[in-house]
Design a binder for this molecule. Structure first.
Ligand code: ADP
Ligand code: C5P
Ligand code: MG
Length: 386
């Protein structure tokens, strides 16, 4: 930003162009000017004469001041870097007739008639800008002399804490599209309401939903309810992996070890299993439970398989999940429903899987559900989302 000189200038939309002010204001905004002040005024002939005092000995003085007091005008203070020359360039040559030949796109060419009835006025130097702004806006105090120290103080008080926090989190998460992630994260932290999760079907054939949450948070239980209610199909990544282990395939042994250790199986394996499961489906909705468990799986699925509508995230504290898993372990026959594996799975969830939820949350794609209540209460909350 060093080297930019923010200036304020006076702009008038004269009586001849006053009815077309919207078109001119649109050009002003498109060119990056900030409208710091605006007021409609009708000048008396005497006020007009005062404004153009420097021209009092010129032959056009009477005609000009008569015209300038003939109806309402719009007075503006415009700000941007080098606003004075920028606004003059946008207006074009003084005489509208000449402007139409030399600069047909300029405001005076488009909206004016001749040398006096030329649609707009602009200050020609910082001194005249100060004088002319004071003429129309005596209260205006220019913020243009902004010092580095003022900027530092302002930034320290306002955006620095948010940006530092978001950048730190971004480095930790290492999202695949950092700028988009950062933008969403800043808006969320600033309390700006992000768009509700998309409810547009991902493809005409399937609505795809990711169902995430810690081990034992109730993903499988709630998916079964949705299958019952909506005729959705439910694919649990964990179940598909366990079936692969049972099939006795070569990679089954490796998967079995990883599951016992609570580790995340390489995404290519899980994605291939999910892809072939989804392919033959004709159900109106597909619930993908326990996937993506790692950020790279999220990116790969969206890229190679499909977009999805939203993430259903079951939020549950570890003590409650541990209690449920130990209970489930009495009958599940799962090799990982024991306290040693459960502890490892919790660690993996916090370190590797939570970033996926944070990533999608920053994009406004997560419905977070308090999963501590009874199965029926959680179902009631979930049902309302589809
Ligand atoms: P996940 O698929 O997330 O690992 P499950 O759906 O298998 O979790 O649930 C884990 C265990 O907790 C199961 O035995 C299930 O019956 C029980 N459970 C699920 N939801 C609740 C709930 N809201 N309250 C109490 N127990 C629950
Ligand atoms: O979801 P579930 O608890 O059934 O998953 C059991 C195990 O399967 C996980 O702890 C993990 O080892 C493996 N898994 C995986 N990648 C997934 C889903 C499950 O590696 N996306
Ligand atoms: Mg499950």
């Amino acid at each position: 930003m060093v080297g930019l000189q923010i200036e304020s200038t006076l702009a008038l939309i004269k009586p001849d162009a006053y009815p077309k002010q919207e078109a001119i204001l649109s050009v002003i905004k498109t060119h990056g000017f900030v409208i710091a002040e605006r007021a409609t005024q009708t000048l008396t002939k005497q006020r007009a004469a005062e404004f153009y005092l420097e021209h009092k000995d010129r032959p056009f003085y009477d005609e000009l001041t008569t015209f300038m007091s003939s109806g309402p005008l719009l007075a503006l203070v415009l700000r941007k870097d080098a606003a004075i020359p920028a606004w003059r360039a946008l207006m074009g040559p003084t005489d509208s007739a000449k402007a139409r030949v030399a600069e047909p796109d300029s405001l005076r060419a488009r909206f004016g008639t001749d040398g006096s009835r030329n649609a707009t006025h602009g200050s020609d130097s910082p001194q005249s800008a100060a004088k002319e702004i004071a003429f129309f806006f005596p209260e205006y105090s220019s913020p243009d002399q902004y010092k580095a120290a003022d900027a530092k103080e302002y930034l320290t008080k306002t955006v620095c804490p948010l940006i530092t926090k978001a950048l730190t989190e971004m480095c930790r998460l290492n999202p695949p599209n950092p700028v988009e992630w950062l933008g969403h994260s800043l808006l969320r932290d600033a309390g700006v309401q992000l768009a509700a999760p998309k409810s547009v079907p991902a493809s005409p054939a399937h609505r795809i939903f990711f169902v995430l949450g810690g081990p034992g948070s109730g993903k499988g239980t709630q998916c079964a309810k949705l299958v019952e209610k909506y005729g959705f199909v439910h694919f649990s990544a964990g179940d598909l992996l366990r079936a692969e282990v049972k099939s006795g395939s070569e990679q089954g042994v490796m998967i079995d070890d990883m599951i016992k250790e609570g580790k995340i199986v390489p995404g290519e394996i899980t994605i291939a299993l999910l892809k072939s499961a989804i392919e033959g489906t004709t159900a109106p909705g597909v619930l993908i439970d326990g996937f993506p468990r790692k950020l790279d799986q999220a990116g790969a699925f969206e890229k190679d398989v499909s977009d999805f509508e939203f993430v259903l995230f079951f939020d549950c504290p570890e003590e409650e999940m541990e209690r449920r898993l130990l209970e489930r372990g009495k009958t599940s026959g799962r090799t990982d429903d024991n306290i040693a594996s459960i502890k490892k799975r919790f660690r993996t969830f916090v370190e590797t899987s939570m970033p996926v939820i944070q990533y999608y949350e920053a994009k406004g794609k997560v419905h977070r559900i308090d999963a501590t209540q009874s199965i029926e209460t959680v179902t009631d909350k979930v049902i309302g989302l589809f």
